[in-house]
Design a protein around this ligand. Structure first.
Ligand SMILES: Cc1cc2nc3c(=O)[nH]c(=O)nc-3n(C[C@H](O)[C@H](O)[C@H](O)COP(=O)(O)O)c2cc1C
Length: 317
């Protein structure tokens, strides 16, 4: 009996691939929703994840945006936390060795306010052997262009990705995270792939606002914030589907409102080669493990022997 169970597990190949790197599971954390993994390590072994995707790291330590910076919405949350974090020096000294010592594969998310900041972060990460990839968060305001978000500007997006590629070398996969707040996400996706991205992360939060009807003012001190959770899942499915249709060979790390294996399967069928879980983690720190086992069960029930065989099947006629 034991042998039978083992052989049925061995028959299912749950691995996925971004660039030249294989990951043993397609379930990742989402940047900003699990810090650098320390809190989650109390609930499960981090090596169970495809990788921990860290909170976006900047050159210098930052305290984020003013409070209040969280608001509830009917099926998601609005946040304006901003880029709160220790800065690259402390991150390299403390967080990266901690993650490595706990057996975690790590994808480092980076964010900058200028092309030079992305370049400089990439130089610092070059040759850090314990990391498995870089996620480039380009949903940040470009101080050199009136605060226009990089991800909404094809020219600036291209410059950032070229700078990251040049300064990082070819050692790690570069996954570029796009914003859904654009007219044509396929255009931005094509641009960053031509500039050297090995993969794409879709989607970042959707810009929203909540008004407090008692104070007559926006609830968030920053006025607008990023909407995440189940409310944005259909936007994620649409963005992943459109980009996979245009660029079927480019692996996509899909995210946006995944709370269960069923939700993850929808993104996989749309074209995601990996799934990041963000908001669900705030309600259940072990949500990533729940999604991991539910998704495997659903795939096996549908006769898939390999996770990668299921990627993009919604496109087949
Ligand atoms: C509180 C919070 C902080 C976030 N911080 C970051 C961040 O630092 N960098 C980033 O690229 N995305 C950040 N995100 C976006 C998530 O990584 C993810 O793209 C988005 O929330 C959609 O996934 P979800 O619905 O599963 O949360 C953040 C989201 C939340 C809710």
């Amino acid at each position: 009996m034991g042998r039978l169970v083992n052989s049925s597990f061995a028959a299912f190949d749950y691995r996925t691939k971004f660039g030249s790197r294989w990951f043993p599971s397609p379930i990742f954390t989402a940047s900003g929703c699990a810090g650098s993994g320390k809190e989650l390590a109390q609930f499960f072994a981090l090596e169970e994840l495809g990788a921990v995707v860290t909170k976006s790291i900047a050159i210098k330590a930052r305290s984020g945006r003013p409070t209040p910076r969280m608001a509830e919405t009917p099926s998601g949350m609005l946040n304006s936390i901003g880029l709160q974090g220790p800065g690259i020096d402390q991150f390299l000294e403390v967080d990266i060795p901690w993650l490595a010592s706990h057996g975690a594969r790590t994808i480092v998310s980076i964010s900058g306010e200028s092309v030079e900041e992305y370049a400089s972060l990439s130089r610092r990460l070059r040759g850090v052997s314990s990391i498995s990839g870089i996620e480039v968060n380009i949903s940040c305001p470009n101080v050199e262009n009136r605060g226009l978000v990089f991800a909404c500007d094809p020219v600036a997006s291209k410059e950032v990705v070229q700078a990251v590629r040049r300064n990082l070398g070819g050692e790690f996969p570069i996954i570029v995270k796009l914003s859904p707040d654009v007219t044509d996400i396929v255009e931005i996706a094509r641009t960053v792939v031509e500039a050297g991205a090995d993969g794409l992360a879709l989607i970042n939060t959707v810009l929203g606002m909540v008004i407090d009807i008692d104070t007559h003012r926006p609830k968030l001190a920053g006025k607008t914030g990023g909407l995440s959770g189940p409310a944005i899942r259909p936007i994620a499915v649409r963005a992943i589907y459109q980009v996979h249709a245009a660029l079927p060979k480019v692996p996509i790390l899909g995210m946006g409102g995944v709370m269960s294996g069923r939700d993850a399967l929808e993104l996989v069928f749309a074209g995601a080669s990996g799934i990041s879980i963000g908001t669900a983690t705030f309600g259940n720190p072990a949500a990533v493990m729940k999604v991991k086992s539910e998704l495997a069960t659903l795939l096996k029930e549908r006769g898939f022997n390999s996770f990668l065989d299921a990627v993009g099947v919604a496109h087949e006629r």
